[in-house]
Design a protein around this ligand. Structure first.
Ligand code: ADP
Ligand code: ASP
Ligand code: MG
Length: 412
């Protein structure tokens, strides 16, 4: 008997009708002879709506709303869906039981709004599965050791899916969403993007971290660590999707597998930073302690004993970053920070890049042909990224996709 963990994203459970449709997929998996655990997201745009509601109540009060209370609020979205899926299953004569993160002992650290999963108590789940029940778990949430409700970052139901898959040693984690699988680019921006049949964990991690929001980066990282295969599929039909698996030899001949765009970036520029050893170490150390991830770092020596330092962060992290930057400027006794949001970052990703040359030149030429100015370039072993003006970003993504002929690349 197999074990499948299925996750249904917000759009796949947005209405009563869609909840019934998701329930039918769950039943089909059980009737095919599997034990089934289901993870669900909040219905439709519930999480965004709850954030808007919180903003209205918090109003013009100073600073950010307390993260603990935001998590308490946002976790309610998923709690609604678990009960509704259980109702849909029970009404069709199936045995189902729903759990919040806390009820299955899904313990996280205390990093409210971006908590990381530490452990979960699989015994309760296994007991219910052994009784023949379908187990439904609220995605995106956990509790701290003290029992405080936490959330796992936007898209965090992916992390719940993979954590359950790893703990229960599932045969597969099925991620049901509103597209047919992982594409060579976001199909909403690049109409001729092609669905990929198989992609390695490393490539998917890079793609997610540079904008392919279909899967959360840390969830893919976790899947790699525990070697849990993820099958990304469309919740509206039964066709095969994309398998995210360990890298195989055959994957290496594909130089570029996909490209992605990130628009939620803020570039922070610090001027008159004292140019002496330990200054940037202290700055980025403090930013790391505030749990903010930075990228695209550039430092220029201004020749007058000072330096300019710039880097990008996600918009959502600016509120946590600002006090750190302000504190450092005070400590240095000078300096100035500016924040720009009119940026887009285009990236190409592929494991075959390790063995190939000319990828960067091809990308830069594609942007040059469109007269798009490159503001910054960063690379990893399997990725090249360029920062461009936000207004050019979608055009840039289409140009890069076309230059690498991603619409017709061969499959491993
Ligand atoms: P869910 O609610 O199911 O979690 P998301 O909205 O989080 O769905 O993720 C699905 C969306 O991710 C798609 O509708 C698509 O626009 C977007 N996306 C971005 N990049 C890609 C890509 N490379 N392949 C597939 N979808 C992508
Ligand atoms: N509901 C949460 C969000 O919108 C978690 C998720 O959908 O994965 O980010
Ligand atoms: Mg999602």
């Amino acid at each position: 008997m197999g074990l499948i963990v299925q996750k249904f994203g917000g759009t796949s459970v947005a209405t009563a009708e869609k909840i019934h449709k998701a329930a039918q997929k769950v039943v089909a998996a059980q009737q095919a002879g599997n034990r089934v655990v289901v993870v669900v997201s909040a219905m439709g745009h519930t999480t965004d709506e709850l954030i808007e509601l919180a903003k209205k109540v918090w109003g013009e009060s100073a600073g950010q709303p307390p993260k603990r209370e935001m998590d308490q609020l946002l976790a309610t979205g998923e709690q609604v869906t678990i009960a509704l899926i259980a109702l849909a299953l029970c009404s069709a004569g199936h045995e189902a039981i729903s759990f919040t993160g806390g009820q299955i002992g899904l313990i996280t650290d205390r990093n409210f709004s971006k908590a990381r999963i530490k452990e979960l108590d699989k015994e309760r789940i296994e007991k219910e599965l052994a009784l023949g029940k379908i187990v439904i778990v609220a995605g995106f949430q956990g509790v701290t050791d003290e029992g405080d409700v936490t959330t796992l970052g936007r898209g965090g139901s992916n992390a719940s899916l993979v954590a359950l898959g790893a703990a229960l040693k599932a045969d597969v984690c099925e991620n049901y969403t509103d597209v047919d699988g992982i594409y060579t680019a976001d199909p909403r921006i690049v109409p001729d993007a092609r669905k990929i049949d198989r992609i390695s964990y490393d490539e998917m991690m890079e793609l997610s971290s540079v904008g392919a929001s279909v899967l959360q980066t840390s969830a893919v990282e976790f899947a790699k660590k525990y070697n849990v295969p993820i099958h990304v599929r469309n919740s509206q039909h039964d066709g095969p999707g994309t398998w995210i698996v360990a890298e195989t030899k055959a994957m290496e001949h594909i130089v570029v597998s996909g490209c992605a765009l990130k628009k939620d970036l803020t570039r922070v520029t610090l001027k008159q930073v004292p140019d002496r050893p330990g200054i940037v170490a202290g700055l980025f150390g403090a930013i790391g302690t505030a749990n903010v991830v930075v990228d695209d770092i550039i430092q220029n020596d201004m020749g007058d004993g000072s330096a300019n330092v710039s880097f990008t962060v996600e918009h959502g992290d600016v509120a946590d970053l600002k006090p750190v930057v302000d504190g450092k400027i005070k400590e240095w006794g000078g300096g100035k920070a500016t924040y720009e949001t009119n940026l887009g970052k285009i990236s190409v990703v592929g494991v075959g890049m390790k063995q190939s040359t000319g990828v960067a030149a091809k990308m830069f030429s594609a942007l040059a042909r469109e007269k798009i100015n490159i503001q910054n370039i960063t690379t990893s072993e399997i990725r090249i990224s360029c920062i461009v003006a936000k207004e050019d970003a979608e055009k840039a993504l289409r140009a890069v996709h076309a230059a690498f002929e991603l619409d017709k690349a061969s499959q491993p």
